[in-house]
Design a protein around this ligand. Structure first.
Ligand SMILES: C[S@@+](CC[C@H](N)C(=O)[O-])C[C@H]1O[C@@H](n2cnc3c(N)ncnc32)[C@H](O)[C@@H]1O
Length: 304
């Protein structure tokens, strides 16, 4: 089943697309947000869309075909944003949306290996650019490295037990094998979250270098905006949201007393302002219709 993209109305409201504007969707997915942006900036606004996943790009191409020639879709990581803007010959953009993480299409395609509910090879790559699969990590990291990864990226308190069990049972090749290992040492507790949820999240983050990617794109996004242009970021877990929150806070402050290591930098004025102090959350109606929206948080910044 395809849902409307998460926080759809809120994204359009945040970016306020206008005729003739130039917008970037750094995480095209099925093209839902992109379509809304193109509708709102008709008849002559432009959209540059990026996704690392060739399947997502093919889907978005179909969805967005009616908007030719106002679209330029590229299979590329949003971490290359600066180069993509240059390749499109755009001096700057009026708005950019980043809807982070995996898409419903990726979760719902069993052979991609994102879901612990379906048996599939341990892959979890968003696109072919990823250097390793989940199987590579599970079968090659030391017990200590695995425990740290599962703890840090999964915030999993049974990380040590799970890492030890993985090392004892490997090689592991499929999601079902990994789920069985986790279930044996970390049985389902009272809460509703499946015991494999956090380990799967941790592996996905590591395979796709998600946190490093978010850190890399945020300064490029701000640098690429016109004054008054907006950056809207939807995150789905606290690790991602923390990065966005801290970046926004740091860039929206005047650096009055530069810290010691910045003593040789010029004092700088804040370059963005936060449009909403607190993150915007999906409505109850949205989370009822789309449980995946439950953990979504939207933060918006405007370039000064
Ligand atoms: C939550 S979905 C986006 C859904 C989209 N907003 C829509 O309306 O359908 C996230 C998408 O970002 C893509 N993605 C993840 N990391 C990426 C990266 N570093 N660069 C570009 N796309 C990325 C994924 O492949 C996935 O298709």
């Amino acid at each position: 089943m395809t849902h409307q993209p998460v926080l759809y109305k809120e994204i359009i409201h945040a970016l306020q697309p206008t005729r003739g504007g130039r917008y970037v969707d750094g995480t095209l997915g099925a093209g839902g947000h992109a379509r809304g942006i193109l509708e709102a900036c008709a008849p002559d606004g432009l959209l540059l869309g990026l996704d690392v996943d060739p399947q997502a790009l093919a889907l978005a191409r179909e969805t967005l075909a009616p908007y030719e020639p106002r679209i330029r879709l590229v299979q590329a990581s949003y971490t290359t944003l600066k180069d993509q803007l240059a390749a499109a010959n755009w001096d700057a953009m009026d708005g950019i949306v980043l809807d982070l993480g995996a898409s419903s299409m990726q979760f719902d395609t069993p052979e991609r290996g994102f879901s612990f509910m379906q048996d599939a090879p341990l892959d979890m790559r968003f696109g072919p650019h990823a250097l390793q699969t989940a199987a590579d990590i599970v079968n090659s990291y030391s017990e200590r490295e695995l425990a740290d990864l599962i703890y840090e990226y999964g915030e999993e308190r049974d990380s040590r037990k799970i890492a030890r069990a993985i090392v004892n049972k490997r090689p592991l090749h499929t999601t079902r094998e990994l789920v069985a290992v986790i279930e044996a040492v970390s049985p389902r507790r009272g809460d509703r979250v499946h015991p494999a949820t956090r380990t799967f999240q941790a592996l996905r983050i590591a395979v796709n270098e998600e946190l490093a990617s978010v850190k890399a794109v945020l300064p490029q996004a701000v640098a690429g905006l016109w004054s008054g242009g907006r950056l809207a970021v939807i995150s789905f877990h606290s690790l991602e949201d923390r990065i966005v929150k801290e970046f926004f806070r740091s860039q929206s402050k005047d650096l009055v007393n530069p810290p010691y290591e910045r003593i040789y930098e010029e004092e700088r004025n804040a370059i963005i302002k936060e449009v909403n102090r607190k993150p915007i959350l999906p409505s109850e109606e949205e989370t009822e219709n789309n449980p995946r929206a439950r953990s979504a948080k939207l933060r918006i910044a405007e370039k000064r």
